[in-house]
Write a protein that binds this ligand. Structure first.
Ligand SMILES: [Zn+2]
Length: 107
């Protein structure tokens, strides 16, 4: 799977869900669902320079965000019906990059 950029939009290859890339606190780009969903925990915002970022909320902070009507979304990694196949694809790319960072592994 190709690496996505923050703000990039695409559809899940598996289930067709509309997704947007968002930079996580860990610095990775997560596939966040464009649709606002009940019982979600990802808050999208613009970081420095306008980059699309995501904060994952939990505990009392998540409850308060819901109470205040924050628009929350799901990380599609966690909600895609085919997520197990995603994870194995992702791991394969990471391993290929570790072995030789000069080789691109586009499927
Ligand atoms: Zn999907």
């Amino acid at each position: 799977m190709a690496k996505r950029k923050p703000g990039e939009t695409w559809r899940c290859w598996s289930c067709g869900k509309a997704l947007i890339g968002a930079r996580t606190i860990a610095g990775k780009v997560a596939p966040i669902e464009v649709d606002v969903t009940e019982n979600a925990n990802c808050f999208l915002f613009r970081g420095a320079g306008g980059e699309v970022r995501v904060a994952v909320l939990g505990g009392p902070l998540l409850d308060e965000a819901k109470r205040q009507g924050f628009q929350l979304r799901l990380n599609h990694f966690a909600s895609c019906p085919d997520r197990e196949r995603w994870r194995s694809d992702d791991k394969r790319v990471d391993e290929a990059e570790r072995q030789d960072s000069s080789v691109r592994s586009d499927p």
